[in-house]
Structures are given as C-alpha cells and as structure tokens.
Design a protein around this ligand. Structure first.
Ligand code: HEC
Length: 101
C-alpha cells in the first residue's frame, strides 16, 4: 500500500514536471491574443498568422516592430502598444515553444 502510494505520488510529480517542460504556462498578456491567434498560437482563421513554433527572435522582433511603428498593421499596433520588452520576450518564448499544427 505504501509502495503504491509512493509510486502514485512520483508518477504525479513526473507528469507535472513533464507538462511544464513541454508547455510553459501562457503569460498573462497572451489572454489578449487568444481571439485571433488561438490559445497555442495555431490560428485557424487564415487572416491571422500562426505563431506556434516560430523562432522566438522573429516573434520578438515583429512584436517590437508593431509596437514601435516599424511594421504597420492597425490591428497589431493596438495589441502590441502596451507591451513591455519583458512581456514581449515572454510571449515570444511561449509561442515559440508551442507545436505548430
Ligand atoms: C484582432 C486580432 C488580433 C489580435 C487580438 C492579436 N493579433 Fe497578432 N496579428 C493579427 C493580424 C491580422 C496579423 C497580421 C498583420 C500583418 O498583416 O502584418 C498579426 C500578426 C502578428 C504577428 C506577426 C506574425 C508573423 O508571422 O509575422 C505576431 C508575432 C503577433 N501577431 C502576435 C500577437 C500577440 C502576441 C498578440 C497578443 C498580445 C496578438 N498578436 C493579438 C491579428 C491579431
């Protein structure tokens, strides 16, 4: 019984460690992006680009460019304008870690 309990507990720990390694928690600001880019960045609407699995450096640059006006898109400018460099880094890392579907 004790062995079973230990086995169950360690499996639980392993599972949660795996879940964390595979899917980092979505940053708070990702809630603003879900409607268009989907929760995991695999947008299903053709007008909205897929973000899942893109290189983090690329995503980071695009978000900064939208925010700072170097890449022009009225929609994305609205959503990028309030983001700090740190939030952009977090968002880019999150979408880069998702599996493209
Ligand atoms: C209302 C819909 C909408 C929302 C909400 C939105 N986006 Fe976008 N996003 C777009 C559209 C449309 C484009 C394509 C813009 C263009 O044509 O240049 C885009 C482009 C992008 C790109 C560039 C992708 C590429 O392949 O070059 C990134 C990165 C991005 N969005 C991230 C985000 C993030 C992060 C958020 C949340 C903070 C967000 N978007 C919220 C509609 C949206």
């Amino acid at each position: 019984m004790k062995k079973l309990l230990i086995a169950t507990l360690s499996t639980g720990l392993l599972l949660s460690a795996n879940a964390q390694a595979e899917a980092p928690a979505a940053p708070a600001k990702a809630a603003m992006c879900v409607g268009c880019h989907a929760a995991d960045g695999n947008s299903v609407v053709p007008n909205f680009p897929k973000l899942a699995g893109q290189h983090a450096n690329y995503l980071e640059k695009q978000l900064k460019d939208f925010r700072d006006g170097f890449r022009k898109d009225a929609t994305m400018a609205t959503f990028a304008k309030g983001l700090t460099d740190a939030e952009i880094k977090e968002l880019a890392a999150f979408y880069a870690a998702q599996t493209a579907k």
